[in-house]
Structure formats: structure tokens, C-alpha cells
Design a protein around this ligand. Structure first.
Ligand SMILES: [Ca+2]
Length: 184
């Protein structure tokens, strides 16, 4: 009977459903966050381009530490450009200037960046007029890219300065470099 038992065990093992192994490594949450950011930036890019169709310009940016910014008191984003707050002037009915969420919701809310935990906030954002860049500090939690000098919409491809400052997990799950999406 023993050979038959062994054979049946082998068959049942071969027929067992192939369940993908769960990634339980300490780096797994970081890899998930990176994937989520890339997907969220795709959604934000669609919203930014929809805004352009209506407004013939990309959403304005302001320094994150200005009173017009949607995020304040954030040491990670401080002085970085990001989205502008919609301002309702006293007695006015119009929100100025137009933003990505107000008064028309091109996206229902600006997506939070899990690598910018100081004050929950969205991605850095900058437009030079004809193009734009969305930026996350990446797993190291600080910005390596200065979008105002490194992003150049007139180039056909992302600039070499931007590429060299990109987050690359092959350098280590937690390594320098930033996550970004651009219009080029
Ligand atoms: Ca970084």
C-alpha cells in the first residue's frame, strides 16, 4: 500500500491550486506604496489633461508654504511647488483660480502621498506652461528633484538630470531618488 499512498500524495500535490506566495518581506509595504503612487499619478495626469482641455492651461502651482497652497506646515513639501487652493473671495460666488478639484472636480480629491507623511498631502506639482511634472519624494521621504530646474517640457524625453534622480528599487527598496510623472 505504501507506494500507492506515495503516488496519491504526489497527485494531490500536483492538483493543489497554485496560490501565489504572499510577499511578507519588510519591503512589501514599500513596493505596494510605490505601485499605488504610480497608479495615482496616472489618474492625476488624466485629471490635469482634462483641465487643460477646458481651460487651455495647466493648473497653476504655488509654493507649498504659501497661504494659497493646499498644504501648509509640511516640512517635506516646504517651498516645493504644488497645487493651489481654490479661493472664495468675500461676497463672491466664484472660486478663483480654477483648481483641479474646484469648482469642477476633474478629480474628486488630490491623492495623498504616503511618502509625504509629515502632514498628509498630495504630490508636488509644477508646470512650466506647456508641460507639467508630478513628484513624490519616494521611500527616503525627501525630495531629490527640484522640478523648477530639472523639468523641461521642451525636451522630447525626460531630462538626464531628472532621470538620474529617479527612484530605482534595484538600488535598494529604500533608496534615494524620487517618483515622478511628466508630460513630455
Ligand atoms: Ca527622494
Amino acid at each position: 500500500m505504501r507506494p500507492l499512498t506515495v503516488m496519491l500524495t504526489a497527485i494531490s500535490a500536483a492538483l493543489a491550486p497554485q496560490v501565489p506566495a504572499q510577499d511578507l518581506s519588510p519591503a512589501a509595504p514599500i513596493r505596494e506604496a510605490v505601485s499605488r503612487i504610480r497608479a495615482d499619478m496616472r489618474a492625476m495626469a488624466t485629471a490635469i489633461e482634462s483641465y487643460y482641455v477646458d481651460c487651455n492651461a495647466y493648473p497653476a502651482w504655488v509654493s507649498a508654504d504659501s497661504s494659497e497652497s493646499i498644504v501648509q506646515g509640511n516640512s517635506v513639501l516646504a517651498a516645493m511647488p504644488t497645487f493651489r487652493r481654490g479661493i472664495l473671495p468675500p461676497g463672491g460666488r466664484c472660486v478663483i483660480p480654477l483648481t483641479l478639484t474646484t469648482p469642477i472636480a476633474y478629480i474628486t480629491s488630490l491623492v495623498p502621498d504616503p511618502f509625504n507623511p509629515d502632514v498628509p498631502s498630495t504630490f508636488a506639482y509644477y508646470t512650466d506652461g506647456p508641460g507639467w511634472i508630478l513628484l513624490s519624494p519616494g521611500p527616503d521621504g525627501d525630495f531629490d528633484v527640484n522640478p523648477r530646474t530639472v523639468y523641461k517640457s521642451e525636451l522630447a524625453q525626460p531630462s538626464a538630470e531628472l532621470l538620474v534622480l529617479s527612484y530605482d528599487p534595484t538600488n535598494g527598496t529604500i533608496s534615494d531618488g524620487d517618483l515622478w510623472r511628466v508630460r513630455q
